[in-house]
Unconditional design. Structure first.
Length: 94
């Protein structure tokens, strides 16, 4: 498992233990040489409203080479603990 993914999962578990919402972060980084322009960032499958994007970057956000940004994805279990799958789509000029 990727070390960043593992750290995000552990952080979400700790948040839940402390009585908060398990929140994960999405990191978008431009490893290319030209500007990366983001389009619509959305959940194409939110697993029955169990996932939400409280602060997705707006369409038109531009990242120069080497720049990155992050945003949160929230999860609500509604009292039913099981595995849910969601789908996040990040449109861009790449």
């Amino acid at each position: 498992m990727d070390t960043f993914l593992h750290a995000a999962i552990e952080e979400a578990k700790q948040s839940l233990i402390e009585g908060g919402l398990p929140i994960g972060s999405v990191l978008v980084r431009n490893d290319g040489s030209a500007a990366l322009v983001l389009g619509n960032v959305r959940l194409t499958n939110h697993a029955g409203n169990r996932f939400s994007l409280p602060s997705a970057p707006p369409s038109g956000t531009s990242l120069n080479s080497g720049q990155s940004l992050s945003f949160s994805v929230e999860y609500f279990d509604n009292g039913v603990v099981q595995t849910y799958n969601g789908m996040l789509e990040v449109a861009s000029n790449d």
